[in-house]
Design a protein. Structure first.
Ligand code: SF4
Length: 439
């Protein structure tokens, strides 16, 4: 079959979509670049906010046209498939396959079953777990870029009051160090220069080490630090509570470890952090930031914020603004609280009106954009190291990311995708930098 995968949501879904493509290609199917060329369409979904679910349903509505009267197969995978399989069957009865994020290793055999017997009702498989998934995920890798994700840990035990991830990705599971080292070598053999280690709660990683003992994230980072061909290492997403001294030392001592950390705080108010079940206080958050800055003074931070969480009053919001000012982020993401079915927060009283959420979001985003712009302005005339990942809009222009995770457009002669180049920054665009490659 000719397959097309549409990805929604987080980096872990991007990783899963690549593994799905590997499995289908190894089973003899062919990837195509547009849905119009495909007779096997896979939507790898996210369910982090209601808006995303509705986007998937409207895309499914459009897919009905290619399905009518054809032998095309439509599959829905990912977190929404895990959480809302019955809703999908009810609202889009023409969907053939529904696959949880930890059942992606079954895609080829389920497609084969569906091809063999087109009269079958929708095949739903959402029961597996991460351990099974990674034990059965195998086979040749295809089509990798110079910068790739590598899932090392999946699932989450934290149960933050607003989050559906523990219900879609299950309990925390960490892959063994040898598994991760082998996959890293595999990626590097395909030309990958930068690896971003992924986990919903990446810094609670505790996989089996080479000595059979439990290995935490900082030890894993040192295991990968001297891997031939690996030019840059990143990891995401960290939980503030699990940032420890080992991580700080890793940032001081590992040359290829990017001095950039995404460390979601969500709110600056202890009252709201408690209601969110984040299990750290604003002071403990500051302590982590200060420790990391002590060990790696040039380290840059990004974060996630939720405004309008149930019970958030003006003073709580003021404390969020104050925290953001104190940390001074290089970049940050902020969202209005979105009630998710099945989460504790969705049943909480004191839900905030959408108007107030929008007002607070605007104020916070203005502050965060200002911080990002000031951070980027500080690089004019200075140098950063950019891994070039794709062509830019203009001739002799390539695009990549600096060690501080800034998007950079680079002009220069004799530069190509995959090069790590020293760039002198000449200008700042809205959310990116512009520079010239030093020859
Ligand atoms: S730590 Fe992250 S993934 Fe886990 S429950 Fe909290 S928000 Fe969700």
């Amino acid at each position: 079959m000719y397959f097309f995968i549409k990805n929604y949501g987080c980096q872990m879904n991007i990783y899963d979509s690549l593994r799905i493509a590997d499995i289908l290609t190894n089973a003899g199917h062919e990837a195509v670049l547009s849905v119009d060329e495909a007779n096997l369409v896979i939507l790898n979904t996210c369910s982090i906010r209601d808006k995303v679910d509705e986007k998937v349903f409207s895309d499914l509505g459009r897919l009905k046209t290619i399905k009518d009267g054809s032998s095309a197969i439509i599959a829905v995978a990912g977190c929404m498939a895990q959480l809302r399989s019955q809703d999908i069957i009810r609202r889009a009865p023409y969907v053939d396959i529904i696959l949880g994020p930890q059942n992606i290793h079954q895609i080829a055999e389920i497609v084969a079953d569906m091809i063999k017997n087109r009269a079958l009702d929708a095949l739903v498989s959402t029961s597996s777990n991460a351990d099974d998934k990674f034990r059965q995920l195998s086979g040749k890798f295809h089509h990798r870029s110079v910068s790739e994700y590598l899932t090392i840990q999946e699932g989450c035990d934290n149960f933050c009051a607003y989050c559906i991830v523990p219900f879609t990705r299950g309990r925390e599971f960490s892959r063994s160090v040898s598994d991760i080292v082998n996959e890293s070598k595999n990626l590097i053999s395909l030309g990958v220069k930068e690896i971003t280690l992924l986990g919903q709660n990446v810094n609670s990683y505790n996989g089996e080490g080479p000595d059979g003992k439990s290995c935490n994230l900082s030890r894993l980072l040192f295991e990968l630090a001297n891997m031939d061909g690996l030019e840059r290492l990143r990891y995401t997403t960290s939980h503030p509570r699990d940032v420890d001294l080992g991580i700080a030392k890793a940032h001081r001592e590992i040359e290829i470890l990017a001095p950039f950390l995404h460390i979601p705080v969500q709110s600056g108010s202890d009252n709201i952090l408690k209601r969110m079940n984040r299990r750290y206080s604003r002071d403990e958050y500051f302590e982590r930031i200060e420790m990391l800055r002590e060990y790696r003074p040039d380290i840059a931070f990004s974060s996630d914020f939720i405004v309008g969480f149930p019970g958030e009053n003006d003073d709580d919001f003021e404390q969020t603004l104050e925290l953001a000012k104190k940390v001074n982020y290089a970049q940050a993401y902020s969202f209005k609280y979105s009630p998710r079915p099945g989460t504790i927060a969705a049943k909480m009283d004191n839900q905030i009106s959408d108007d107030i959420k929008s007002e607070r979001l605007q104020i916070l985003q203005n502050l965060l954009n200002e911080q990002q712009s000031t951070f980027n302005q500080g690089f004019i005339g200075k140098h950063v190291n950019v891994l070039l990942v794709k062509d830019g809009k203009h001739e002799k222009q390539l695009v990549g990311r600096s060690e501080y995770s800034q998007a950079v457009s680079v002009c220069g002669n004799n530069i190509s995708v995959g090069d790590m180049v020293k760039v002198r920054i000449t200008a700042v665009a809205s959310h990116s930098l512009v520079g010239a490659a030093e020859q």
